[in-house]
Design a protein around this ligand. Sequence first.
Ligand SMILES: C[S@@+](CC[C@H](N)C(=O)[O-])C[C@H]1O[C@@H](n2cnc3c(N)ncnc32)[C@H](O)[C@@H]1O
Length: 281
Amino acid sequence: MPKNSTADRGAVRINRLHWERQAAGYERRVGRFLSGRKAMAWGLWRLPESTFQFLGPVRDRAVLEIGCGAARWLVGLQSLGARPVGLDLSRRRLEQARTEMHGGRRRFPLLEADAGRLPLRDASFDIVFCDWGALTFADPALTIPEAARVLRPGGRLVFATSSPWRVVAHDPRRDRITRTLQRDYFDLHRVDYTTEVNFVLPYGEWIRLFRAHGLSVDRLHEVRAPARATSPYLSKSERAWGRRWPLENIWQLTKLLAAGRPGRKPRTTRVRRGRPTTGRA
Ligand SMILES: C[S@@+](CC[C@H](N)C(=O)[O-])C[C@H]1O[C@@H](n2cnc3c(N)ncnc32)[C@H](O)[C@@H]1O
């Protein structure tokens, strides 16, 4: 990815349409898999946050999820004392989030916006995260600077997304993950599928982008498919693939205080700006 380049070119519009159309079907297909014990869990195999602790302590922390979908993560985090804000591009997905909130008798702001242009103040969150959310679907050349901007120094960015391995092994003609290389690694950035656009970078490019925006890498978890688990996102052969190569990665980053200085211990901050479009009682 050349420095400062973006490959957005209509991706936001394409993905908004995709998610508006597929909101109900997605919920039918995976809603239960993302609920209950698996609400506060990561990725294709729902790795529990209580075990992995990617987010760290959440009590009294201002937490933003970019691409929150039905916001099940945030309903759970609020019950642990966090002060959540959910943001998503799709109005229908935010309607689903309102249903989840009210079912759990919870109230927090939900914003309808593109994560590449956050309508939020600088340094207003302790934690920004997503679980195959906006950092999968929007250009990281736009979303990483925005996530870094709204994080206060010492704050944490965590996201689960596709691994570059999965993308280079994917055969677009057969829509299948293969055991051969199908795509150039060095050119990874925008990936167009039939009705949606994803983004993924080579590892070195991710790290260059993080560092350029004052984010240091604390942890990169390359997820290995569990031996016996199943996932509605994957076929049996894809699961077997995921036993041998990582299908997904979970990145945990800290916003530095200044060039090269790790942040202080998290302190709480208040969210004052933004456009709460739904969700307020
Ligand atoms: C696979 S879902 C993940 C959401 C949640 N973790 C879940 O599983 O329900 C991806 C979400 O990202 C949202 N999204 C895609 N592009 C976005 C963007 N540019 N800004 C904000 N949200 C976006 C979609 O509308 C969708 O709700």
